[in-house]
Write a protein that binds this ligand. Structure first.
Ligand SMILES: NC(=O)c1ccc[n+]([C@@H]2O[C@H](COP(=O)([O-])OP(=O)(O)OC[C@H]3O[C@@H](n4cnc5c(N)ncnc54)[C@H](O)[C@@H]3O)[C@@H](O)[C@H]2O)c1
Length: 329
């Protein structure tokens, strides 16, 4: 079961249709149906029990929470966004709301959901954020193509809002160990694209004998990706992708079981174990933060989460429980 956001839009609907056709996996599809969402894209799924459409906003945390706890998806695949550069120039607020705040809401709820999982369900869970190559800015005529290691240099409010979302996603992996994946693809084309975008706009204008509007001097170059190839790639990344940043992947490499005060085993993330080890070594929150490059607030939130898991807010007791389980020295 996948929770897909924005699955009535251009790429999202192609993803929902092709995933169900190719894998048979059930999809819960959360979409606000803005001007860009179109349920007719999904007509062929009417009555199909493998598709459940939910009309709602990713900023509605309660709704997201309920969907996660009801359907227990193995992954969240996040397409929902305000996606048109020109609109972001005319009115950037909606872009910050959906692309930044909305992604934050999804991350927060996915984090709580992930923390409630155990065993295989926890190991399998992924949060896949669909981003864009526009976060990297523009290339000169002789520059090589962008890669994921390029610096973020967004040039429009749209690109800036997606870059902000990329950073939040990365931080949720680094700070909380949420298993996140981010893809940054180039422009897509194909069926169900809203007619305001370049290729459908040009075709419609050409057919109607209208002028073909081109930015600047017409020498700009863009890479174009067929939308179903993009959907295949998203599925490939979902199955085999490496967490947001390979250099921080070890944070997720282990989960470690410690019996709490009620004797029930709880799984601590590797990061939580690291924090607890430093508590056991007598370090203050400030020293732990410096050692692990975390803010004092993050250390505090790790400790309160460990406390909630183990049923005690007492540092010495947490350390004792973890030592008894052999998780720390
Ligand atoms: N189209 C491209 O060429 C392209 C290229 C690279 C990356 N992307 C990214 O891929 C994703 C999908 O792009 P697209 O072209 O299909 O976009 P789109 O504008 O066609 O569709 C976006 C969908 O999200 C929904 N939505 C918007 N705000 C929402 C909210 N607050 N809550 C729930 N649903 C909401 C809309 O109703 C719509 O169905 C976006 O994240 C975009 O940044 C697109």
């Amino acid at each position: 079961m996948l929770l897909v956001t924005g699955g009535a839009g251009f790429i999202g609907s192609n993803f929902v249709l092709s995933t169900i056709a190719e894998t048979g996996e059930t999809v819960v599809n959360l979409d606000k149906l803005t001007y860009a969402g179109n349920l007719r894209n999904l007509d062929s799924l009417r009555g199909d029990r493998r598709h459940a459409f939910v009309h709602g906003d990713i900023c509605d945390r309660e709704m997201v929470r309920k969907l996660l706890s009801k359907h227990k998806p193995r992954a969240v695949v996040h397409f929902a966004a305000e996606s048109h550069v020109d609109r972001s120039i005319a009115g950037p607020a909606a872009f910050v709301q959906t692309n930044v705040v909305g992604t934050f809401c999804l991350l927060e709820e996915s984090r709580s959901f992930y923390e409630s999982l155990a065993g295989t369900e926890r190991e399998r869970f992924r949060f896949l954020h669909v981003s864009t190559d526009e976060v990297y800015g523009s290339l000169g005529p002789n520059d090589p193509a962008f890669t994921e290691t390029n610096r973020h240099a967004p040039n429009s409010p749209y690109a800036a809002s997606k870059a902000a979302a990329d950073h939040l996603v990365r931080s949720y992996h680094h700070t909380y160990g949420l298993p996140t994946l981010t893809t940054n693809c180039s422009n897509n084309y194909g069926p169900y694209q809203f007619p305001e975008k370049l290729i459908p706009l040009m075709i419609r204008n050409a057919l109607a004998g209208k002028p073909l509007p081109v930015y600047g001097d017409g020498k700009n170059v863009r890479d174009w990706l067929f939308v179903l190839d993009h959907c295949d790639a998203v599925r490939r990344v979902l199955e085999g992708g490496v967490y947001a940043d390979p250099s921080v992947a070890p944070v997720l490499a282990t989960g470690t079981r410690v019996a709490g005060t009620d004797n029930t085993p709880r799984e601590l993330s590797a990061r939580e174990v690291e924090v607890l080890q430093l508590v056991a070594d007598g370090q203050s929150n400030k020293e732990i933060g410096e050692e692990l490059s975390l803010s004092a607030l993050t250390v505090k939130s790790h400790l309160s989460r460990i406390g909630r898991k183990l049923g005690t807010g007492d540092r010495a007791q947490m350390v004792a429980l973890a030592m008894r389980a052999g998780v720390i020295r």
